[in-house]
Design a protein around this ligand. Structure first.
Ligand SMILES: [Zn+2]
Length: 406
């Protein structure tokens, strides 16, 4: 070895040990004086912003074509929905473990628990047999939130015991067992259960409760929690309101829930479902357009620096826009179809309007997942819907329990 090379090696060696010493020394100095600016050599990539709050907007059955149709119907142009301006988009695959096409039970269970299951099963493992045999309860994001002391809310345009909202707070081998599903909100496995519950389904849930020897009044007395029939009946002082109505004004319900949940010092999880099935194309597309407006309103009330907003669907639906032109109504022929009586009864499963074709069934293709706010950046590419559970957990900085298998 030449002398100059030896000197160079020594210099490299010294520089390396000096660097090591600096690297070791800095955290100690840093610990002694938290006010000290971290030196440039220690600079790391800034940590992704952490979400304190998560709001999941679930448009039931809203596939890519349904969002497209909603924009065309409501605004006469594509890409006019508010959520279509959000920066993060992925395509979420919704199938259950044994088939290609999902129902709401498997679809929402997968999103809420990170575990795919079978159609008809509410947040239980895939060995559940619908109506016959329980699987293992799979822990829901709402249960994680309750366990960690966040405030939680579930809102739906549908029955509060229907598959989509149920998958957030209950576990059942059959989505049809509303009489068993609804009371689980009052006997939570974690925390004190859902704090704000606004949904519909009062008559049918009531009937099933009665058949099981209980009822809204009995449940309310047992758990010292009134179960109101309308939003208006809720006392302003009630910070854990439950409303099971004949129907539900999702906008009023969501804004009311936000007023309560946003007071939480520990953060909140809010799940809002709005039906978007387009078996009645105008009704379905109007629901999507109205949901979109509500989402814009909610966005204006939250701080995106600490709140994740996520929009997705539990499964897709067989709607296609296959005609139409700018300046003309998308749903040309809707009124005639409605008047023909084909909308109710004698269904052949197909709705043929001039510019819109509806194959009245769930379909297998991936659904949009759109996100904005803290932790939204992981929504990208194609992924199984269980990924959305991880996106929400990661956004808040939680690790799933290994014990529960999810
Ligand atoms: Zn659904």
């Amino acid at each position: 070895m030449k002398r100059s090379e030896a000197m160079k090696n020594l210099a490299i060696c010294l520089r390396a040990s000096l660097l090591a010493a600096v690297t070791l020394a800095v955290p100690m100095a840093y610990a002694q004086d938290a006010g000290v600016q971290r030196p440039a050599v220690q600079a790391e990539a800034p940590a992704a912003p952490r979400a304190k709050n998560v709001i999941l907007f679930l448009a039931d059955a809203a596939g890519v074509a349904t969002l497209n149709g909603a924009s065309l119907m409501a605004y006469g142009e594509p890409l006019k929905l508010h959520i279509q301006q959000w920066p993060h988009l992925g395509l979420s695959e919704t199938s259950p473990v044994d088939q290609f096409v999902s129902d709401s039970a498997n679809g929402m269970s997968s999103i809420m628990t990170g575990v795919k299951t079978r159609n008809g099963v509410i947040s239980q493992s895939a060995d559940a047999v619908r109506g016959k045999q329980d699987g293992v309860p799979t822990k829901t994001l709402l249960e994680y939130a309750e366990e960690r002391g966040l405030l939680t809310g579930v809102i739906t345009s549908q029955s509060i015991a229907d598959a989509t909202p149920a998958a957030a707070y209950a576990h059942s081998n059959d989505r049809g067992k509303w009489g068993e599903i609804f009371p689980q909100a009052f006997a939570p496995r974690f925390g004190d259960g859902v704090d704000v519950m606004f949904g519909a389904g009062r008559r049918k849930i009531g009937e099933q409760l009665t058949a099981l020897g209980t009822g809204f009044d009995k449940l309310a007395r047992q758990h010292r929690r009134p179960i109101h029939a309308t939003l208006e009946a809720v006392d302003a002082k009630n910070q854990r309101p439950v409303v099971v109505g004949d129907d539900m004004d999702v906008r009023a319900a969501t804004l009311k829930a936000l007023d309560i949940l946003q007071k939480s010092p520990t953060g909140y999880l809010l799940v809002v479902e709005w039906d978007a099935h387009t078996d009645d194309p105008r009704e379905g597309l109007e629901n999507v357009a109205n949901f979109d407006k509500l989402i814009a309103e909610v966005e204006s009330r939250v701080d995106l620096a600490d709140t994740l907003l996520l929009f997705t669907a539990d499964h897709s639906f067989g709607l296609q826009v296959d005609g139409g032109r700018r300046g003309e109504a998308l749903l040309d022929g809707y009124e005639a179809w409605k008047a023909s009586g084909k909308a109710s009864g004698s269904k052949d499963g197909i709705v043929r309007l001039k510019n819109v074709l509806v194959n009245d069934t769930h379909t297998a293709e991936e659904v949009p997942a759109l996100a904005i706010g803290a932790g939204a950046e992981r929504v990208r590419g194609y992924f199984p819907n269980t990924h959305l559970f991880n996106v929400m957990m990661d956004a808040i900085g939680w690790k799933p329990d290994m014990a529960t298998g999810n």
